[in-house]
Design a protein around this ligand. Structure first.
Ligand SMILES: CC(C)(COP(=O)(O)OP(=O)(O)OC[C@H]1O[C@@H](n2cnc3c(N)ncnc32)[C@H](O)[C@@H]1OP(=O)(O)O)[C@@H](O)C(=O)NCCC(=O)NCCS
Length: 373
């Protein structure tokens, strides 16, 4: 009998992983044993992606070679560009990435699992190109060059989006967010990707599954919903009143709470510091004050804390990124975690096929269609 607390597989151990720990006693959040605090302070996103894909931190030469490999895989095939051009201007950018991933899988299919590492790099490198190519084509008709000299994903994306290189500290802010978003154990999209991989399907299908699962507001879509919430208020007092009203109406406040963390999300403190710095620098301080007031109200009224998505939203906003691209940024980063999980699943595969508790009608006699009353 499934209890209410087990609904949604809460607390159910669904498999093993050596990739990360989420809130585990004595560990906290770690990727391959390294704490998120250390990684977000000292590493780059590329270093973290290597760590996730290979299991160890790279040596300097390995990191340089990896970054160069990624840089060399940013171009888009013409047929993929044509698909991006015929997608609606009004499409959600998550749908664009989902389609782009699928299309690349048609043009450059995975013919054997030996190609998995190459394909993971190809996707990591080309997702920003897909998104920005589609964006600029539909905004202004420009068919942009999707290759830049930037040696990291954060700088490359901001360059493509804004048409000019971004300042170093802005690239670092995005780099840190990408590190924080890269991996999170058996979250919904990763588990979904592992299920696809467990059928011995290809890597593109697994990543497409991940994108589709991430899109919802209870998962990755929460960063966009958080921005819409914060932006809706003119000042902190209005935010307090508005959130109180929403709670009274039993509405969920996006960017708060977590299935696994019960007291705090360790990623939130890291991204909150960047949110404060960038809001002050860009004179968007009211957004930070509004966010802090919402945080205080949620702690006071519900005992709930902000998750990564809440303060990530204002960081992305200060970087001039349109709100509808916030969840795609999550895709850029989580592709490293999803791929690592697909590799791990393939390394010791058994079809993931759970059982269900039946609660439908009892056995019944079949009535032919012309005899039904
Ligand atoms: C993340 C989340 C889906 C976890 O959900 P869960 O483990 O299934 O927990 P529930 O949704 O059952 O919530 C448990 C209780 O806390 C409340 N709650 C949880 N998150 C809440 C939120 N963000 N705002 C208001 N109430 C919330 C629920 O209403 C519920 O209250 P009840 O017992 O009185 O009905 C949930 O916290 C949520 O929806 N958060 C907002 C979306 C979000 O930020 N997602 C990104 C996660 S990283």
């Amino acid at each position: 009998m499934i209890t209410a607390s087990e609904a949604g597989l809460a607390g159910v151990v669904a498999g093993k992983t050596g990739i990360s720990t989420v809130g585990k006693k004595g560990f906290g959040l770690t990727y391959r044993g390294y704490s998120i605090e250390d990684l977000s302070e000292h590493a780059s996103f590329e270093e973290v992606a290597w760590l996730l894909l290979h299991g160890e931190l790279p040596m300097y030469e390995q990191l340089v070679a990896f970054s160069e490999e990624l840089q060399s895989r940013r171009s888009l095939p013409d047929r993929l560009k044509q698909v991006l051009e015929i997608l609606p201007r009004t499409a959600h950018p998550m749908d664009v990435l989902r389609t782009g991933c699928s299309m690349l899988g048609c043009i450059e299919p995975e013919e054997s699992p030996e190609q998995q590492y190459e394909i993971a790099m190809r996707l990591l490198a080309s997702f920003p190109s897909m998104l920005c190519y589609w964006h600029h084509y539909h905004q202004s008709g420009d068919r942009i060059d999707v290759e830049t000299d930037d040696d990291n994903l954060a700088g490359h994306f901001l360059h493509l989006l804004h048409g000019k290189p971004a300042a170093e500290h802005l690239c670092r802010a995005l780099d840190v967010a990408l590190i924080l978003y890269a991996e999170h154990e058996y979250n919904a999209s990763t588990f979904a990707a592992r299920i696809t991989a467990s059928t011995m399907s290809d890597l593109y299908s697994a990543i497409t599954t991940g994108i589709g699962t991430l899109r919802g507001p209870l998962h990755g879509g929460a960063n966009e919903a958080s921005m819409e919430l914060v932006e809706a208020f003119v000042n902190a007092d209005a935010a307090e009143q508005g959130v109180m009203n929403q709670l009274a109406a039993k509405k969920k406040i996006m960017g708060f709470g977590h299935r696994v963390y019960k007291k705090f999300d360790p990623r939130s403190d890291v991204i909150k510091r960047w949110s404060q710095t960038l809001c002050e620098e860009t004179a968007l301080t009211p957004l930070y004050e509004i966010s802090e007031r919402i945080e205080a109200v949620m702690r006071r009224e519900k005992g709930l804390f902000p998750n990564l998505d809440f303060y990530a939203a204002t960081v992305f906003h200060c970087l001039g990124i349109p709100t509808s691209m916030f969840t795609p940024l999550f895709v850029f980063s989580r592709t490293a975690g999803w791929s690592a999980h697909v590799f791990e699943q393939r390394g010791n595969n058994r079809l993931i096929r759970p059982a269900a508790e039946y609660n439908g009608p009892g056995p019944r006699v079949f009535v032919p269609i012309n005899e039904r009353a």
